[in-house]
Ligand binder design. Structure first.
Ligand code: NAG
Ligand code: NAG
Ligand code: NAG
Ligand code: NAG
Ligand code: NAG
Ligand code: NAG
Length: 377
């Protein structure tokens, strides 16, 4: 729902042809140089190289997007710093996702971010079967990104201009992924908050929560390739605490973490895990396409990055039918009530990116530990 911004832009672009007339909020646009293995800018039609180390993602359309996955068969958790780009098309010098890999995609366009969720057999992208995966973002343990030198662009922006996004997050496992890139921000919702909890600690406070928690939406799209407009979600982990006049106050949840930093033991996060998100944003105006196949016969080129099977097994939706639109999924609001459990010695299991919200976590109080997060700010 690129509403007023788009409207004013359309008017403006009639006058100033190609030039940018939108000034993006400062925290939205990446600064600094592109990773050394990347082309200087997003480029379509680059040569197919299934051993490429390029790390530039572009998220432009239902059939034109990329994700990070391992260069060779390896758990995500062990290859976070050197994942490489895999794209649905030959672009950005990156590897090509073999046709047939992806079984469903939902691309959400919102005023403040673009979100893409997908199902597929991601063992074809070197993720071991059964690997519940992990979380990638532009910060990482070395402050230079997971993967290091990773970059992200999108043209799903207020004015259609391609931007290098400063803040993004990708959760990927062997059978699904979810990705969000921030394209706009405001005083309440900063770019960093839109893609993760405000502030970054050594804990990556929500990296063990599931896709439905950090990027809520309708996840019932396997077998479909859809592009929808959607409302902006509350930033991950934010809960409405109170409304007073025009002001809404929030509490924020962070997963429990305890560990040693420079010889000092810290504890951060909440020992209570909320049972649900604040709300699931509504989506509307969904357009579906029957396939996102690229028709590239990797196997016959002798460069199969994976599946030796037929290159013509396209990523088609099971449901036939040409482009069309489907109804909206209505938003629902959840409560921030915590689930119950025992009172201490909280241990965070690694539930994987799509597990439930509170598995394996013991609980005390949702508010108590918020102050502890301040240690890292
Ligand atoms: C493919 O990418 C690898 C890693 O960047 C590089 O060493 C190799 O030369 C590339 N192959 C071609 C044909 O460009
Ligand atoms: C996933 O792809 C692999 C080849 O990479 C294949 O062996 C396996 O059977 C596929 N799994 C499913 C569930 O289709
Ligand atoms: C590329 O990613 C690096 C971090 O790996 C970041 O410092 C830089 O700003 C990004 N550049 C662009 C143009 O996105
Ligand atoms: C963004 O890129 C997609 C394909 O990569 C293209 O179809 C679309 O027209 C582009 N959007 C704009 C506004 O240029
Ligand atoms: C920022 O955007 C959010 C989501 O659209 C909105 O609820 C909030 O009121 C906005 N804040 C400001 C200061 O405009
Ligand atoms: C998505 O659909 C495919 C094809 O029907 C199926 O093999 C796969 O298990 C489904 N993925 C999930 C996570 O349910």
């Amino acid at each position: 729902m690129l509403n007023s911004i788009t409207t004013s832009l359309l008017l403006a672009s009639a006058v100033f042809a190609q030039s940018s007339t939108v000034s993006y909020p400062e925290d939205v646009i990446a600064t600094g140089t592109m990773g050394t293995t990347n082309p200087p800018e997003p480029t379509t039609g680059t040569a197919i190289n299934q051993t490429s180390d390029a790390r530039l993602l572009s998220i432009n359309a239902i059939d034109d997007w990329c994700i990070f996955a391992p260069p060779e068969l390896q758990d995500i958790a062990d290859s976070e710093t050197y994942e490489v780009a895999w794209c649905t098309q030959s672009r950005n010098d990156a590897r090509v996702i073999p046709d047939g890999t992806i079984t469903g995609v939902s691309l959400l366009k919102t005023d403040m971010y673009v979100q893409i969720m997908g199902y597929g057999n991601l063992t074809q992208l070197n993720i071991p079967a059964g690997d519940w995966g992990g979380e990638l973002d532009p910060h990482g343990a070395y402050g230079s990104g997971n993967p290091i030198g990773g970059n992200v662009t999108t043209n799903i922006t207020a004015d259609g201009q391609t931007i290098n996004v400063a803040e993004w997050m990708l959760y990927v496992s062997y059978e699904m992924f979810c990705f969000r890139a921030c394209t706009w921000s405001n005083e309440t919702y900063g770019a960093a908050a839109i893609v993760l909890l405000t502030g970054f600690s050594p804990t990556d406070e929500l990296d063990e929560m599931g896709c439905q928690f950090v990027m809520p939406g309708n996840y019932d799209f396997n077998g479909t390739f859809e592009t929808c407009e959607a409302d902006v979600a509350y930033p991950p982990g934010w809960y409405v605490e109170g409304v007073s006049g025009d002001t809404t106050s929030f509490s924020s949840f962070a997963q429990y973490w305890t560990g040693v930093v420079d010889g000092v033991t810290y504890t951060a996060g909440d020992t209570v895990t909320p049972s649900t998100v604040q709300s699931t944003p509504s989506s509307s105006n969904c357009q579906t396409v029957p396939t996102i196949s690229n028709g590239i016969a990797l196997a016959s080129l002798g460069v199969s990055g994976s599946d030796s099977g037929s290159a013509s097994a396209t990523g088609s939706a099971a449901t036939a039918g040409a482009t069309g639109s489907s109804g909206s999924s209505s938003g629902s609001s959840g409560s921030s009530s915590a689930s119950s459990g025992s009172s201490n010695g909280a241990v965070v299991a690694r539930p994987g990116i799509q597990a439930g919200l509170s598995e394996g976590i013991t609980l005390v109080s949702m508010l108590a530990a918020v102050a502890a997060i301040g240690i890292f700010h």
